[in-house]
Design a protein around this ligand. Structure first.
Ligand SMILES: Nc1ncnc2c1ncn2[C@@H]1O[C@H](COP(=O)(O)OP(=O)(O)OP(=O)(O)O)[C@@H](O)[C@H]1O
Ligand SMILES: [Mg+2]
Length: 327
């Protein structure tokens, strides 16, 4: 694989959840690419479909989910049609996941020592003692004190912040081609958040793959990511380099997120500011442009005609009829 080959390539992905109210169209025709050495930020309000995308990328969607269109490729492998053995291999070797709740990535019934040794099963050249030494080194790197004494402990014996560090240490040991981090700092207090961000930066230097970083936190995305994909109500509305998108947003939704009165940004959680209006009903998404009911610029055309991609530059595009007109 060359440096520019996509590690994750999602094309035209549509996912719906069956619910008593009807089919919730959580993702519609989504494209997303992450290349080696790149951190891609995925940003959007609560309910915009970020976790659905993260789960679809590893085929961990719940049973009521239906993939209605599209393809997901990880390192060129077609994830959606992989047989069970291939899927296990993908999750155990190629893709590491760090979730908001670190218990999701850890096995509650195994000691952290044994699960961290097990995750290195791929490395047949290393003895168990050698693997144990690597575990200790990884735990020390993420700042777990007295790691040697704590190998026999189970996940529930650690605090939330410690568990998140352990999940990241596991990701370090796997050296995955793709790391998916779904709001890894949201459940943590501000001090711990800063420590985890520091670790993610290091992870970025140390792993030889791509990182998909899902977050509410625009500040964090600006600090950590190379490119950003803005998701609104299940659709990608803008994407480009962090520099471009944050400095000169072209989609009215991105602009509203960034222009928002800073006093309204919650400084403690640093989550997205609230912009007027609610996400539309995903059982019956709006006609035309998905953002038109909340958009200050909407005209008649926007209510009937869905905008196609408007290429602002070679590396940036926005799905708005007016994106080519500048700010
Ligand atoms: N298992 C499910 N069954 C039915 N609907 C679901 C299910 N999981 C998610 N949804 C719906 O799909 C949409 C997208 O949800 P998703 O969890 O992907 O959003 P998100 O962007 O990750 O939000 P958050 O920032 O709160 O984590 C929402 O409308 C949500 O209610
Ligand atoms: Mg989520």
């Amino acid at each position: 694989m060359t440096a520019t080959d996509p590690v994750l390539e999602i094309r035209d992905l549509s996912v719906a959840f069956h619910s008593p109210a009807g089919a919730v169209q959580a993702l519609r025709r989504v494209d997303l690419t992450a290349r080696r050495g790149e951190i891609v930020g995925l940003v959007g309000e609560s309910g915009s479909g970020k976790s659905t995308l993260a789960l679809a990328a590893t085929r961990l969607l719940p049973a009521n989910a239906e993939i209605r269109s599209g393809t997901v490729a990880v390192c060129g492998q077609d994830v959606l049609s992989l047989p069970a053995a291939g899927l296990r291999q993908l999750r155990g070797q190629t893709v590491a996941m760090v979730f908001q709740d670190p218990m999701t990535s850890l096995n509650p019934v195994l000691s952290i020592g044994s699960q961290m040794i097990d995750i290195q099963y791929r490395d047949a050249t290393l003895s168990r003692t050698g693997k144990r030494a690597r575990v200790l080194a990884a735990l020390e790197r993420v700042g777990i004190p007295d790691a040697a004494q704590r190998l026999a402990c189970h996940p529930h014996e650690f605090s939330g912040g410690m568990r998140q560090r352990i999940a990241i240490a596991m990701a370090l040991l796997m050296n995955p081609a793709l790391l998916i981090a779904d709001e890894p700092t949201t459940a943590l207090d501000v001090t711990l958040q800063a420590q985890i961000v520091h670790l993610l930066r290091r992870l970025r230097r140390e792993i030889d793959g791509a990182i998909l970083f899902v977050s509410h936190d625009l500040g964090l995305v600006a600090e950590l990511c190379d490119r950003v994909v803005i998701l609104y109500a299940g659709e990608v509305v803008e994407e480009g380099t962090v520099l471009d998108v944050f400095h000169t947003p072209r989609h009215p939704y991105t602009r509203m997120l960034l222009d928002c009165d800073p006093a309204r940004i919650d400084v403690v959680s640093r989550t997205l500011p609230t912009i007027p209006g609610d996400l539309p009903d995903l059982v019956q998404p709006p006609s035309g442009c998905v953002f038109h009911p909340r958009c200050p610029r909407a005209e008649d055309r926007c209510r009937v005609e869905a905008p196609s991609w408007n290429a602002v530059s070679a590396t940036r595009r926005a799905r708005c009829h007016f994106a080519g007109e500048g700010a």
